[in-house]
Design a protein around this ligand. Structure first.
Ligand code: CO
Length: 653
């Protein structure tokens, strides 16, 4: 059956994007769905996990001349609930035709937001679930919350080929109360998401619901502190950035953004204008996957290891930032044009926040002999979005600095995942009476398509070595940096090593700075960890990317996601471990660098009831990319020399 959409392919569709990498407009999203519906047998039983820009070939974008346009295309993933089959489509918006239609066997697309609420309703309507609640003395279904999770893949034959969710259940203490504080431990409904039927209810016995309500909402806080005076950020002349479509310019930085339901924010064509020349640094940069393996082996907990991109989609779960106070100052917001699971356009207003922040001191020197001080304020450009994935919040932040530094930071907050304490809490921490916050880790894989002054780049590992004591080092003080070329994919699978002050350096061997050094950027690890899951564990097979902190691959447009395109319910082996088996050469070629960082989380009582933000990420710093500090032309903040006398206004603050 073919359903004609309310949005027929419109001849009035404006296909004149500012740039081929501009995300699809709401009209283009609607047109893509309508074209697919009109040309393929897409009935009401189809869902649309993904409708995004089909990015044009990189070579075409890089060779684009002013005034030229490229064919405009959309990429769609479709799930037929009636058959459980998945399809990928490419729709030409330029010709209003489906140009590619492919059946993708034996995969499960990500779980869509609509499925979460439909799944909860199905569970709460099931008599066996109601009976299981009654056994626990729970009668008021309005206080019960059913939180659907991806089921994973643990080799159970009866779970193959069925689109499944395994839900975690909670009980609010009062209407509108916190529920993550009160798990109904040991009660796990399993739902077929294609038919929205409960296929089983795992009942591991009655465990009392923890008593502490753990409320955090303003209405529950009776004694807020009273000694905070207003702190206002004002920019009377407006911000220093300019925005045209999704093209952003600030100081010497120049880049574009996109937004996908899976990855959220994507950076494109990041470059730095250096003495009149726009120098490319990154062609595309985005989070490619993240996974949160939990460390409790008990039957109700061992499956917990969410892939928040491939199983859920952090873009789809992005917050609308107008509702909160997420950014301070002069804010520019970008909306995200997504779809609901039925292919209707769904706009997340204010999904991406762009603003400037004062960041302390950029550089300073005092010549005490002259009694002269030179100091510059540092300012950074912040572009971010925040996703709520069930209990957890993730803020994904890019920072651009005036000295050429780029920083990526994940802000982790929200509510810990807990179980009720039925026995010894060896694999967690008691955070409230009878409430056990499970040990876990958060692993993030960043895909960084470097193009430093061109596409042909190389990657080096740099270790600092101590010179042995001897005739050339008689006092034992000498140390030096040892750079080693990583020539192929297998050689480039590396771990951090703080004992060697290890970092990795991407260079363009064909372009030198004024000192004859190849221009480069280094990847400086920050907060990181190794996984504690066993090498033979299902989760390590499914998220093999987390076994190495560095991976390097030669550019391939189809290699976007570190754990493969469809990790939901997948047995594993896909993505980086599989691609790099070929051990392709990566020297002086178009390289993609994948950096994994892990945030290790043994919970604390102070993480309860809502976790104060934890920070994790890494830094990209120019190393020989410039001839000297590129920040010397930043003017002083104050008009007058000397210090900040009262009454002086700042013109560059
Ligand atoms: Co955590």
């Amino acid at each position: 059956m073919t359903t004609l959409s309310e949005h027929p392919p419109s001849s009035a569709l404006s296909l004149n994007p500012l740039h081929p990498l501009e995300p699809l407009t709401p009209e283009e999203v609607a047109a893509a769905v309508a074209i697919a519906r009109s040309q393929k047998a897409i009935g009401d039983q189809f869902r649309f996990p993904c409708v995004v820009l089909h990015e044009p070939p990189k070579a075409d974008v890089l060779s684009l001349q002013p005034g030229e346009t490229l064919p405009r295309e959309a990429f769609l993933i479709l799930l037929d609930n009636a058959t459980g089959q998945t399809y990928e489509a490419i729709v030409s918006l330029t010709t209003s035709k489906v140009t590619s239609w492919q059946h993708i066997p034996a995969v499960q697309p990500n779980i869509m937001a609509d499925e979460l609420s439909e799944c909860e309703a199905a569970v709460k309507a099931h008599p066996k679930f109601v009976a299981a609640l009654a056994k626990r003395g729970i009668a008021d279904l309005d206080l019960v919350v059913v939180d659907p999770w991806a089921i994973g893949n643990f080799g159970f034959a009866d779970e193959v080929g069925i689109r499944l969710s395994r839900a975690i259940c909670y009980l609010r203490a009062v209407k509108g109360g916190n529920f993550y504080s009160r798990p109904i431990d040991g009660l796990v409904p399993v739902v077929d998401l294609n038919t929205m039927t409960v296929i089983r209810i795992e009942d591991m016995g009655v465990v009392p619901v923890p008593p502490d309500p753990g409320e955090y909402a303003t209405r529950f806080v009776t004694q807020p502190r009273t000694d905070i005076k207003p702190l206002q950020i004002t920019q009377p002349e407006g911000p220093s950035f300019t925005v045209e479509g999704h093209h952003i310019r600030w100081q010497n930085w120049d880049f574009r953004i996109g937004f996908t339901p899976r990855e959220g924010l994507v950076l494109y064509t990041v470059g730095y204008e250096d003495q009149g020349t726009l120098r490319p640094i990154l062609y595309r940069a985005a989070l490619s996957e993240m996974v949160v393996p939990y460390g409790d082996p008990r039957p109700q907990h061992f499956r917990k290891n969410a892939f928040d991109l491939g199983e859920h989609g952090v873009g789809m779960l992005a917050n609308s930032l107008k509702l909160g106070c997420d950014c301070l100052g002069e804010i520019y917001y970008f909306d995200a044009a997504l779809t609901d699971s039925r292919g209707n356009v769904s706009i997340t207003e204010n999904a991406v926040c762009l603003h400037e922040e004062d960041y302390g001191i950029l550089w300073k020197h005092t010549d005490w002999r002259l009694d002269e001080v030179e100091v510059r304020r540092s300012r950074r450009l912040v572009i971010s979005f925040i996703a709520t994935v069930d209990n957890y919040e993730y803020g994904f932040f890019w920072y651009f600095y005036q000295d050429g530094t780029i920083q990526y930071e994940v802000k982790l907050t929200g509510i810990l995942l807990c179980g009720a304490l039925a026995d010894n809490p060896k694999y967690g921490t008691l955070v409230a009476p009878d409430l056990n916050a499970l040990n876990h880790q958060h692993f993030f894989s960043m895909r960084l398509d470097f193009d430093l002054d061109g596409t042909a780049n190389s990657v080096y590992e740099v270790n600092t070595e101590a010179e042995p004591m001897g005739p050339d080092n008689p006092y034992g003080n000498a140390f030096f940096a040892q750079s080693t070329l990583l020539p192929s994919e297998k050689a480039a699978q590396r771990l951090i090593d703080p004992f060697k002050a290890r970092y990795w350096k991407v260079v363009n061997p064909s372009v030198q700075n004024r000192l004859g050094q190849p221009v480069g950027y280094k990847i400086i690890p920050g907060d990181n960890a190794v996984p504690y899951a066993h090498p033979d564990s299902p989760i390590l097979k499914r998220a093999g990317f987390m076994t190495k902190h560095l991976w390097v691959t030669p550019y391939d447009a189809s290699e976007l996601y570190a754990a493969g395109a469809y990790p939901n319910q997948h047995p594993g082996g896909e993505g980086l471990p599989k691609w790099t088996e070929r051990d392709r050469p990566i020297d002086n070629t178009d390289v993609v660098v994948w950096y994994t960082f892990g945030h290790h989380h043994i919970p604390r009582p102070e993480d309860w009831p809502v976790m104060p933000t934890a920070y994790s990420g890494f830094v990209l710093k120019p190393v020989g990319f410039f001839n000297a500090s590129p920040a010397m032309d930043v003017p002083p903040s104050m008009k007058a020399q000397g210090c900040c006398h009262e009454g002086e206004s700042s013109n560059n603050q």
